[in-house]
Design a protein around this ligand. Structure first.
Ligand code: HEC
Ligand code: HEC
Length: 258
């Protein structure tokens, strides 16, 4: 018990230093660029900002566009057209704008048949960024109805309850792991600690999907032999990783053979 407390203090201290080290210089690089709009922002400006996020820091193309992992959004899917054409037909009572917004704010609320629920951490994006993505997706074959007042309302909500955010601005697996203190508890290549199961060999012990849920929802299944440490794996890691960072970690760990 004492050991765990000491470790807790160490990790807390480390977290503060890492956060300070990372918060200042390089936040712009890999992490979605913050956008701020005035209330009279034009649809074209929103679409342009959304386009940049979609193929850049938003991490959407990690899954969308490969057919197998997620439905195409910019091209036809299943004969239903592009996302701007089909978005209003998904959930009865939800117009296109509402549906697209919900698909990011509450991805488990509606899951497209034949797919696993979308794993996506809205909290690493600001309300304005989410609305710019909605505008960009509406523009794929549909009409953009996102307005400056949607954006202004979301910005007010963010100000009242500041969003979480990524701990590091990097898409390098080791930097992500160090920045999120994974190696404070897990071993990799002789570096780290043995509180949690080793990253070495993880890909040959458990399935890729289990690695992903192990990170974003650790309480769902406890690692074999670690029942006595259930609850030690931080439950909020998903909120500190961008969608792309999560996938980088999952791919990296899945690639750790025996
Ligand atoms: C980890 C993989 C992954 C990432 C990253 C991801 N998505 Fe998805 N997305 C999915 C999957 C799988 C589905 C289908 C299952 C569902 O409906 O939840 C989906 C569904 C959607 C849908 C509904 C599609 C339809 O035809 O109704 C939208 C809209 C969407 N994603 C937008 C986005 C945007 C915007 C981003 C980036 C900010 C993003 N997604 C990032 C996997 C992903
Ligand atoms: C405070 C210590 C701690 C930190 C920090 C931590 N973990 Fe864990 N992790 C654990 C423990 C303990 C377990 C085993 C108990 C469980 O499954 O919840 C675990 C389990 C896991 C599992 C599931 C393994 C399995 O066999 O089911 C994965 C995957 C994982 N961690 C990845 C990560 C990643 C990636 C990070 C950093 C982003 C991280 N962990 C940070 C302690 C930690």
């Amino acid at each position: 018990m004492t050991n765990i407390k000491v470790l807790g203090v160490m990790i807390g201290t480390l977290a503060v230093y890492t956060w300070i080290a990372n918060a200042i210089p390089q936040i712009e690089s890999a992490v979605p660029e913050e956008v701020s709009f005035s209330a009279d922002v034009s649809p074209a400006e929103l679409v342009a900002a959304g386009a940049e996020l979609y193929s850049g820091g938003g991490g959407c193309t990690t899954c969308h566009g490969l057919e197998t992992r997620a439905p195409n959004l910019l091209t036809d899917y299943n004969g239903e057209g592009t996302i701007g054409q089909r978005c209003g037909t998904r959930v009865s009572g939800q117009d296109c704008k509402t549906y697209l917004h919900e698909s990011m704010m509450d991805p488990a609320g509606y899951v497209l048949e034949g797919f696993e629920p979308m794993v996506f951490q809205a909290r690493v994006l600001s309300g304005a960024q989410i609305w710019s993505l909605v505008a960009f997706l509406q523009d794929q074959g549909g009409v953009v109805t996102v307005s400056g007042s949607d954006v202004a309302t979301a910005a007010e909500a963010d100000a009242a309850a500041p969003a979480g955010g990524p701990m590091v601005a990097s898409n390098d697996p080791l930097e992500i792991m160090r920045g999120n203190l994974c190696l404070g508890c897990h071993m990799l290549d002789g570096e780290g600690a043995e509180l949690g199961p080793a990253f070495d060999g993880m890909g040959s012990r458990i399935a890729t999907d289990r690695i992903r849920t192990g990170i974003i929802d650790p309480a769902l299944e406890i690692a074999e032999g670690f029942d006595h440490l259930a609850g030690s794996m931080p439950p909020n890691l998903g909120d500190m990783l961008t969608a792309r960072q999560l996938e980088v970690l999952v791919d990296f760990l899945a690639g750790q053979g025996g």
